[in-house]
Design a protein around this ligand. Structure first.
Ligand code: ZN
Length: 191
């Protein structure tokens, strides 16, 4: 049995209920779920919540953010675990953090060593098409906001966006247009 628990945040009123939500999969295999990228499980939960017509308990918005996913009480996304996989398997990785405070947008990022420009551009392209694939209405603008993304490449075919796996993608408070501006390749160079 698989026990999938998570915290729910609201992208409209910014409140969290502080109590974990849980889905049980009677015939699920925990070992298989532990290998999944967190973002893949987030998409599953989003679909289940849509079917269940889940709403924020404070403001009734359905624009909900899924946080801290755990499989049988063990966190699914662990930066240290993923970076050690990258090191031992010579994979590229890329993480991006965007903070918004009023009109000011600040960007931080991290990469695996020796990442070349072609791989960097593929990572940006992967994030960009991911942002495009999400419904615009879920990007509600607020005074403050944050976006965090983490992706890993395939050991052999690092610059094929098809083979880049997104492990983490969370966002609130920032518009789709502002995220797309940050991802524009003209601001980036691996150096
Ligand atoms: Zn709310």
């Amino acid at each position: 049995m698989v026990n999938i628990s998570y915290q729910l945040g609201c992208r409209h009123c910014f409140r969290t209920d502080g109590v974990p939500s849980v889905y049980f999969l009677a015939d699920g295999d925990p070992a298989l779920f532990r290998k999944k990228p967190e973002y893949e499980v987030v998409r599953l939960i989003e679909n289940w919540q849509k079917q269940d017509k889940r709403k924020c308990q404070f403001c009734t918005s359905q624009n909900l953010e899924i946080l801290e996913v755990k499989i049988n009480d063990k966190e699914l996304y662990n930066f240290d675990r993923l970076s050690s996989i990258c090191r031992s398997q010579y994979r590229n990785m890329f993480n991006l953090n965007i903070d918004k405070k009023g009109d000011k947008i600040s960007v931080g990022h991290g990469t695996s060593p020796f990442m070349d420009n072609a791989v960097l551009l593929s990572m940006l392209s992967k994030f960009s098409s991911l942002v495009d694939s999400v419904d615009s209405s879920s990007f509600e603008e607020h005074e403050t906001g944050n976006v965090f993304m983490f992706a890993m490449g395939d050991p052999e075919f690092n610059n094929d966006p098809e083979l880049i796996v997104v492990h983490k993608f969370k966002y609130h408070g920032i518009t789709k247009e502002d995220i797309k501006k940050v991802l524009d390749p003209k601001h980036w160079s691996a150096g």
